[in-house]
Design a protein around this ligand. Structure first.
Ligand code: NAP
Length: 327
């Protein structure tokens, strides 16, 4: 372990993390950003982003990530392709261990680990993941040219990705557990107007079946209890997200759904640890809001470090340790 104490370590490389990297770099804090498994988080898996201001024609998710990364690096944010395996926020400086076997110390941390797609947890889902079951139309849609697909869910993701899949598939059947969609009106209009999309209402997938690849799903009508089998070549699942907060259990206050609790200024239950993006926001979940939260967290880090230097390190250290142990 190096004895060097970083000013700020940012965990996660989605829009919140990369924006925090940009702002803390411009504040001359020489930030270190640890990417997680892949750079960009969910945005990197999104085909087209049409609602991020400044891009009137829309922008591909990977391209937006690339631009955010370049901008953060231009001002000196250091980006390491590494995955955090353990954190200790009960001591100060905070301690972070990674999959590459490194241990870092930091005066402040911004957690921006995001969320991952929720699983259906039905038989066949795990077995056929990568062989017909997918959570990423951008990554896998291409493999289903000329095929028939099932999309599960009734939110914006299910409709947006379902619409995208009509570029490849001959038929996209959206299976939703109610008879009303959660998705926004504009996406509903587009989906209803698309000849390749068909809705199967009040139904859930109870199993995914096949041999070397997916061949069918078993559906259950939740109103009548009736079961049926629907032939399909693939299943794309969009039933919401779960926060990536396992690392922080026992370290930071989490809500009942596992999201990190923050105040309006992105402070977590431990002074000096901030959180931004979907790890602490289950309401908005937009690139635009995550960017704003990453910016806010960075600005608070700047204040925190200035205060730390003003007040003296030892006094602060005691306060951090006392409060993290209380939490
Ligand atoms: P979401 O809004 O939480 O919708 C999840 C959908 O999955 C809901 O329709 C839900 O049904 C259904 N569902 C949940 N658990 C299920 C289960 N076990 N079995 C079957 N169905 C289940 O998630 P999302 O669509 O991923 O959207 C997340 C956020 O990102 C939202 O705020 C959304 O607006 C935003 N987003 C925006 C855009 C855009 O603006 N273009 C694109 C994508 C996402 P119920 O409706 O019955 O609860």
């Amino acid at each position: 372990m190096s004895d060097q104490v970083e000013n700020v370590i940012i965990i996660g490389s989605g829009p919140a993390g990369l924006t925090a990297g940009l702002y803390t770099a411009r504040a001359e804090l020489n930030p270190l950003l640890l990417t997680g498994n892949e750079i960009g988080g969910q945005v990197a898996l999104t085909n087209e982003i049409e609602n991020y201001p400044g891009f009137p024609e829309g922008i591909a998710g990977p391209e937006l990530v690339n631009r955010m990364q370049q901008q953060a690096e231009r001002f000196g944010c250091r980006i390491e392709y590494d995955y955090v395996t353990k954190v200790d926020f009960k001591q100060h400086p905070f301690r972070i261990e990674t999959a590459n076997g490194k241990t870092y110390l930091a005066k402040a941390v911004i957690v921006a680990t995001g969320a991952t797609p929720r699983k259906l947890n039905v038989p066949g889902e795990k077995e056929f993941t990568g062989r017909g079951v997918s959570y990423c139309a951008t990554c896998d849609g291409f493999f289903f040219r000329g095929k028939e697909l099932v999309v599960v869910g009734g939110g914006d993701s299910a409709l947006e990705e379902g619409l995208f899949l009509t570029r490849f598939a001959t038929k996209v059947r959206i299976v939703h557990r109610r008879d009303q969609l959660r998705a926004s009106q504009i996406l509903q209009r587009r989906a209803f107007a698309n000849d390749k999309i068909e809705f199967i209402w009040n139904s859930v997938v109870t199993s995914i079946n096949g041999d070397d690849a997916v061949r069918s799903v078993t559906l259950k009508n939740v109103k009548t209890g009736e079961e049926s089998e629907l032939k399909t070549d693939g299943v794309f699942i969009y039933v919401g997200y779960v926060p990536n907060s396992e690392l922080f259990v026992g370290q930071l206050e989490l809500d009942e759904m596992g999201y990190i609790v923050t105040d309006k200024r992105m402070h977590t239950s431990v002074p000096g640890v901030f959180a931004a993006g979907e790890i602490q926001d289950r309401f908005f979940r937009q690139v635009a809001t995550s960017v704003g939260q990453g910016c806010a967290a960075a600005m608070e880090v700047e204040k925190f470090i200035a205060e730390l230097e003003d007040r003296g390190y030892e006094e602060y250290k005691e306060q951090v340790v006392a409060s993290s142990q209380a939490g």
